[in-house]
Structure formats: C-alpha cells, structure tokens
Design a protein around this ligand. Structure first.
Ligand code: NAD
Length: 269
C-alpha cells in the first residue's frame, strides 16, 4: 500500500510582524511562542514590561515591550513611534487583541472604577490598538486582526463588566471585518471557554478543585489549554483562513453547543 500523502504543511508566518497584547502570560505567551516557531517576528506587548521582555527573551527575534492598551498615547507611541518592527516597512501585519482584566466583584458590589477598567482594557484597548494599526494595513492592502473574546460574550457565566466588554468586542470584530474587507484586511474573534491560565489563579487558590469540577460542563470532558486557543488564533491569522472574516470561533470544547448535564437530567442518564 502506498504511503498516505503528507498532511497540509503547518502555516508559516515568515516575514510577518505579529503583535500580541497581554502577551506576557497565559494564552498570549503561548500564542507568541507559536507564531515565533512559525517564523514570525513577534512583538510581545504587556502592561507588565518584565513579563513581556521575559516572554520575548525565550523566542527567536521577538521583542518585549511594556504597553497599557488602554492608554491612548502609549498605544500611539508603540505603533507609530520607534522602533519600527521587523525587516519590512515596520508595520504590524497581524494584531492579536488578547489583553484583558476581569474584576472578581459581584454585580451589586463592583465599583464604577473596576467596571470602567474591564471595559477599558478589553474593549477600548482593542479599539485603540486596531485604530492604530489599520492605517498601515490599509496602505499595504493586507492585514489581520484576531480578537480574543470569551464564551462570556455569548452567554452569562459571571462577571458582568468583563462579559459586556467581550460582547462589545464581538461587535467590533464584525464592524472591522465589514468596514475593512475592501482593503484586504480580515478581522475575526476566538471565543474561548475555560482555559487553565494564571487568570484563574486566585480562584484556584481559594478552591483548588474548581477546574476539575468545571470539566463536567464541557462536552469534550476537559477544560482548555492555552495551546488550544493559540492554534485557533494562528489558523484565523494565517492564509488558510484567507476567505474567513467577521466570525466568532468558539474554542470551548463544545460548551456553547448545548448543555450536557441538563440533557442528562432530561433523559435521566
Ligand atoms: N483563561 C480563561 O479561562 C479565558 C477564557 C476566555 C477568554 N479568555 C481571554 O483570553 C485572554 C488572555 O487571558 P489569559 O487567561 O491568558 O490571562 P492572563 O491573566 O494569564 O494574561 C493576561 C495578560 O494581559 C495583561 N494585561 C492586563 N491588562 C493589560 C493592559 N491594560 N495592557 C496590556 N496588557 C495587559 C496582563 O499583564 C497579563 O499578562 C483574555 O482576553 C481573556 O479574557 C481567557
């Protein structure tokens, strides 16, 4: 029997500049590593500059920068200012809007300040970053934005401010996809379910079994890994997805497809 034909080659990103916000931790750091391994020049941008630089130091050709995505002048300086990135025209080819914070307070207790911060980082930060990179993408007639949303954008799983910000981010995803498609620019979102990252650390410290317990809600029987999300981001960012724009891709082990425990209750399984 003849050998099976080789599968498709993994997507390469040689010569592309990929900027990942919140790239110093969790999903962002693993995504940075994935793009770097695929040949991209990666810019790891994080509020925590030490973490950004430490993440970049492990990746060939990567640069770590301190950046608060909610700070308009800092965003302008990081994108339009020096240094220019990569060896091409210095512009960002692929932007991953991944930075977010999630205040733990309940709705009756969340302060105006905490509410504003969740919106400022996830939603306003993605607007500022996108607005900053779009002129050079438009001039080049090419570019990709991938927004990291959440299942909280679609259904309610706690954290009202975070959920509202992520729902807004899905709307922004569609707006940019439709508005900038004519310039050869694509914009998509990934919609992750529970992913074991440092964002969960406080909850895990309080309740060490929490991630284990959450598994039963996931049709695929486990919570996600940062690698699961990084793979979906890379797919949407690459040429394999060249006719895909404006979508919100669940990366959620089937959570949004339906409710397994409820189905089991209905049928007494
Ligand atoms: N972990 C999950 O269960 C989960 C689920 C759905 C969606 N997400 C989303 O995935 C993304 C990454 O989350 P994670 O789990 O890797 O979290 P994480 O806490 O490990 O990483 C978030 C990073 O964002 C950085 N950051 C915070 N505020 C910033 C700002 N103003 N400017 C720049 N950087 C800032 C932090 O310093 C941190 O390094 C977020 O958008 C999050 O909402 C996570």
């Amino acid at each position: 029997m003849a050998d099976a034909p080789p599968g498709p080659a993994p997507q390469r990103f040689d010569g592309r500049v990929v900027l990942i916000t919140g790239g110093g931790s969790g999903i962002g750091a693993v995504t940075a590593a994935r793009f770097a391994a695929a040949g991209a020049t990666v810019v790891v941008a994080d509020l925590d500059g030490d973490r950004a630089r430490a993440t970049a130091a492990d990746l060939p050709g990567a640069l770590g920068i301190e950046l608060d995505v909610s700070d308009e002048s800092a965003v302008a300086a990081a994108i339009a200012g020096q240094p220019r990135y990569g060896s091409g025209d210095g512009g960002v080819d692929i932007l991953v809007n991944n930075a977010a914070v999630c205040d733990a307070a309940s709705f009756d207790e969340i302060s105006r300040r905490a509410w504003d911060r969740d919106i400022a980082v996830s939603l306003t930060g993605s607007y500022l970053m996108s607005q900053a990179v779009l002129p050079s993408m438009t001039a080049r007639g090419a570019g990709v934005i991938v927004n990291v949303a959440s299942v909280n954008a679609v259904g309610f799983y706690g954290n009202e401010a975070y959920s509202a910000a992520k729902a807004g981010l899905l709307s922004l995803t569609r707006s940019l996809a439709v508005g900038y498609g004519k310039h050869g620019i694509r914009c998509n979102a990934v919609v992750p379910g529970t992913i074991a990252t440092p964002i969960w650390q406080q909850r895990v410290d309080r309740d060490p079994a929490i991630l284990e317990r959450l598994k039963r809600w996931y049709p695929l029987g486990r919570v996600g890994t940062p690698q699961d999300v990084a793979a979906a981001i890379a797919f949407l960012a690459g040429d394999d997805a060249s006719w895909i724009t404006g979508v919100a891709l669940p990366v959620d082990g089937g959570l949004l497809a339906g409710n397994g425990p409820m189905t089991d209750d209905i049928f007494g399984r």
